[in-house]
Every structure is written in C-alpha cells, then in structure tokens.
Design a protein around this ligand. Structure first.
Ligand SMILES: CCC/C=C/C(=O)SCCNC(=O)CCNC(=O)[C@H](O)C(C)(C)COP(=O)([O-])OP(=O)([O-])OC[C@H]1O[C@@H](n2cnc3c(N)ncnc32)[C@H](O)[C@@H]1OP(=O)([O-])[O-]
Length: 399
C-alpha cells in the first residue's frame, strides 16, 4: 500500500509542475466575434506577447500561479468552461478543470487582459530578483543555492532562501546548511544566526523529499534520509559558537525542534511554532524528545510533540522555547542591533562559555539523535506517514 501511494505522489509531483504549461500546451483558436476589430487587435497582440514572455521565465512560478494562467488561457481562447468534470481521482485534470470553471462567465476579453497582467507581474518580479542577484550582498559566501550566507560585523548569517516554498528544507538545503554550519564554525565570526527569507521562517521538511521514490526503493530512501537527518542535527549539537535563531515568521517541524539546540531564539510576534508529527504519521526529531520536556516540562512538551499544538510566539516564550518576542514592525531593526552588540563581545570567551553550558549534554544528545532517527526510519515506511504525504499532495490537507 505504502509503495503504491508513493508511486502516485511521484506521478503527481512530476505532472503538476510540468503538466500545466498554458502557453505551450494549448493552441490559440480563432478570435472572438463580439469585440470590435480595434480592441481585438490590441488585446490579441498583448495576449500573444504575454504568451511569448511566459516561455522566457526562468523560474517556475509554482502550481497555484500555473493553474491561474491555465484557467485564464482557456477562458480567453475557449470561453467559459464547458468540458465534462473529471473524476475525483484524476487530481491534475480536476485541479485544472476547477481553476477554469471558477472563472464562471468572465468575458474572453477580460480573461486575455488578466492573463497579460499576471504574466507582466511575473516578468517584473523576475527582473527585480535578477537585479538583486546581480549586485550580491557584501560578505556573501559563494556556492549556495538554497541559502543566502553572509559574514559581516562578526556575524555569519545563514538565511533559508526558498521563500516560494515557504523555505521548506529539501535534501540540497539540508546539505547546504551542514556546509554553512561547518564554515561558520571555523571562520572569524563571533556568532552565527539562522533566519528565513520571506514570510515564513520555514515550513520544515520538504515533503517532496518523499516524492521521487521508485517502487522498491523506499527502504533505501528511509535509510538515506535518516543518515542525512542525523548528520544535520549532529552539526547543531556540535556547533562551537553561540547559535541564534531569528524566527521571522511561522516555523514548522524540524526547524522548530532544532530551536532547542540554539542558544537564543528571538521571534517576531507573527511567528508560530508547530511540530505536527503525529498528524504526519511521523515522530519527533532534532533531540526534541529529550530537550522539549527539559525546556517546557513533560505536559507542555507532550501537547506539542504528541498532539500537534501550535504555539504563538508569546506562548513559546512563556514555555521557554523562545528567548524574547518582538513586534513584527520593529523585529529586524531591534534584533539586528542587539546581535551586532553581542557580536562585538570577546569571541573566545563566548565560545568557551557556550561549551561549558552545553558540553555535559553532548553525548546524551547524540544518543537521542541516533534513536530519534532510527524511529523515524520506521515511521517513513509506515502507511500512516505515506497517507499523510499523499493527502498533502492531493491538496486535501494543509497544516
Ligand atoms: C526530516 C525529519 C522529519 C521532518 C519533519 C518535519 O519537518 S514535519 C513538517 C513538514 N511540513 C509540512 O507538513 C508543511 C506542509 N505545508 C503546508 O501545510 C502549507 O504549505 C503551509 C501551511 C506551510 C503554507 O500554506 P500557504 O497556503 O500559506 O502556502 P502554500 O501551501 O501555497 O505554499 C506555497 C508553496 O510551497 C509549497 N510548500 C510549502 N511547504 C512545503 C513543504 N513542507 N513541503 C513541500 N512543499 C511545500 C506548497 O505546496 C506550495 O507549492 P505550490 O502549490 O505553489 O506548487
């Protein structure tokens, strides 16, 4: 059962990003009769230009936008949805049909207009992003695709940088975080800071990590995943300098549990803390099964780790997981001013003091990490876990 369901996930993941290519996949039929020749010409020209521009986009705009484009294209070229509704189990066709059908009686002229506007906003967002990337931030480290890593004013900042995926952590990002921690541990910086780019801190493990699994390779996927996770958490346990989490928005799963291994956690009042392991058929990691009861007491830890309770920033602070909460409007300014002051303190004194606070627990934490990864290896092969992931990809469940 588990393997059949994952095969389905693989099919969906392959088809959703590539399957909806509005400008390329659907040919443009004859122009509409109810418009005047002049409006028709201008609108049709813009519409065709938009289709050409769409093909030139370098970055995948994501399934939601692709569905919108698909729907507007169909409406613009064929009018209101007249196709028969696909069966419930044909998820991709159903998502496309729903998007088209949701446009109701929008006129073809308006659909063309909206299509052109949407493409224009995507083109301009891409051009802004490219300009930003062309003038790299001072002190930026090379060699990262999923992170922005900089060292400035004695601070190495490791920023999750997949904002269009809510900073979900894919395999590449796990490996890059490991590399960034190794660099930050050895370089001249006094402290290291982890934060997120965009509205989320991170939505946790990227569920696509489970998607591209061939039938018969599930056990290998689970074992390899556990090896990577153990190494990832191990680098947090062994990190030699003060490590500070700047939680700019909602945090989910693995990026919540590893907060217990950070030395300070500063949070915006927009942040939330959610570790929905049983909901996903999984189990706690990041040493949270040991550290959360120590930090907040067994009763509160159980509410979070067994029963998926999502905490507000204020609740997380009251329970000791977060050091201090700041209003979102002044969050970056206040926190970075404070961090710059900390980073001017004597570097070696901070490092040895951190070791005094943490070193007695290190052996225990590595043992907990190993055990948590063993349990997760089994969980990832369970029907409970596979069904939860399939359900996410069917868009039936969001947290
Ligand atoms: C390894 C050890 C064990 C780990 C444990 C954990 O971390 S457990 C915790 C595991 N984490 C979860 O279970 C969280 C699952 N995610 C969610 O429940 C929701 O996405 C949300 C509540 C985070 C944001 O809802 P929203 O309506 O504000 O935004 P949106 O949904 O439109 O998101 C934009 C795009 O990003 C995509 N994307 C986002 N996160 C993930 C992800 N983790 N994975 C993959 N994709 C993800 C999303 O599909 C969408 O893509 P599309 O359609 O444009 O191609």
């Amino acid at each position: 059962m588990a393997s059949a369901a994952l095969t389905f996930v693989r099919r969906l993941c392959w088809r959703l990003p590539c399957g909806i290519r509005p400008a390329q996949a659907v040919c443009v039929p004859a122009i509409h009769l109810h418009m005047t020749a002049a409006t028709m010409q201008v609108s049709q020209k813009d519409f065709q230009k938009a289709q050409e521009q769409l093909k030139l986009l370098k970055k995948d705009p994501g399934n939601e936008i692709k569905l919108k484009l698909y729907a507007l294209f169909k409406q613009a070229t064929e009018g209101p949805c007249n196709a028969p509704k696909p069966g419930m189990l044909d998820f991709v066709k159903k998502a496309k049909w729903d998007a088209w059908n949701s446009l109701g009686n929008l006129s073809q002229d308006d659909a063309r207009q909206k299509y052109a506007e949407l493409v224009s906003s995507l083109v301009s967002a891409e051009s802004t992003r490219q300009k930003k990337e062309a003038s790299p931030e001072e002190g930026r480290h090379d060699g990262y695709e999923t992170l922005i890593v900089t060292t400035k004013n004695n601070i190495t900042k490791i920023m999750f940088n997949r904002p269009d995926r809510k900073n979900a952590i894919n395999h590449q990002m796990y490996r890059e975080i490991i590399k960034a921690l190794e660099e930050a541990g050895k370089n001249d910086s006094t402290i290291a800071v982890i934060t997120g780019n965009g509205d989320y801190y991170s939505s946790g493990n990227d569920l696509n990590n489970f998607a591209n699994v061939q039938p018969g390779e599930m056990e290998k996927m689970a074992k390899d995943g556990a090896v990577l996770l153990k190494d990832f958490v191990g680098h947090f346990i062994d990190f030699p300098k003060p490590l500070i989490a700047v939680v700019n928005g909602p945090a989910i799963g693995i990026c919540v549990t590893i907060l217990g291994l950070c030395d300070l956690v500063y949070a915006s009042d927009r942040a939330t803390f959610h570790s929905p392991f049983s909901q996903l058929g999984q189990s706690p990691e990041g040493c949270s099964s040991y550290l959360f009861p120590k930090i907040m007491g067994l009763a509160k830890a159980s509410e979070m780790l067994l029963f998926n309770k999502k905490l507000t920033a204020a609740e997380a602070c009251a329970q000791g997981l977060v050091t201090e909460v700041f209003p979102d409007s002044s969050f970056q300014k206040e926190v970075w001013a404070r961090l710059e002051a900390y980073a001017s303190l004597p570097k070696n004194s901070l490092a040895v003091s951190k070791q005094l606070l943490r070193s007695m627990e290190k052996e225990k934490l590595h043992a907990v990490n190993s055990r948590e990864c063993e349990v997760l290896t089994e969980r990832w092969l369970s029907d409970e876990c596979v069904n939860a992931i399939v359900s996410f990809f069917q868009k039936k469940s969001k947290l």
